[in-house]
Write a protein that binds this ligand. Structure first.
Ligand SMILES: [Zn+2]
Length: 178
């Protein structure tokens, strides 16, 4: 998820912790005798974490839409996310899908433009000079010969924003849906 004006919202630790808790609670639920007091307790906990995850996606989406007139998002399919263990650790497929859905909805409600951008190469290309700077997921900074030294996510965010603006310009008729 990327927003304009250099604002990047770090994927909160909450997600990762909530995901682990959900998995753990899911296992606990399945171990308990169905219908028992302990089973009910485990189910309740499980539902609470699920609700927190949803609330977070909704709040974050609302905040992003309210504070930007133009929003370009990575068009990450759930399948691609799953293939990448590092990424799927930091954001759950469910969390991302929920977030996308709410950004789309709030965008319509508040009359903001939301476009989905093909994320290919957005992390590798220099957002300043356009040169390709190869890096693996362990490399957290984007350092280019042109003198740029920035956080890799910020570099990708600028590329996604640029691509989104190009899309919007090319189309003129702006896409109505993601
Ligand atoms: Zn460069």
């Amino acid at each position: 998820m990327k927003a304009e004006q250099n604002r990047t919202q770090p994927n909160p630790r909450f997600y990762r912790e909530a995901e682990q808790a959900l998995k753990r609670l899911g296992r606990q639920v399945s171990r308990k005798v169905k219908g028992s007091h302990n089973w009910k307790k485990a189910v309740k906990k499980h539902l609470r974490i699920q609700r927190q995850r949803k609330d977070h996606a909704v709040k974050l989406a609302r905040c992003v839409v309210m504070s930007n007139d133009f929003i370009a998002l990575e068009d990450l399919s759930v399948r691609n996310m799953k293939r990448n263990r590092h990424l799927s650790e930091s954001i759950s497929d469910v969390g991302w899908t929920q977030f996308r859905h709410w950004v789309d909805d709030y965008g319509k409600v508040f009359g903001k433009v939301v476009v989905a951008v093909n994320p290919a190469y957005t992390s590798q290309i220099c957002s300043n000079c356009g040169r390709a700077v190869r890096k693996d997921l362990k490399m957290r900074r984007h350092i280019c010969g042109c003198g740029v030294d920035i956080d890799r996510n910020f570099n990708a965010a600028v590329n996604i924003l640029k691509a989104g603006l190009r899309m919007a310009e090319r189309g003129r008729k702006l896409p109505k849906r993601l």
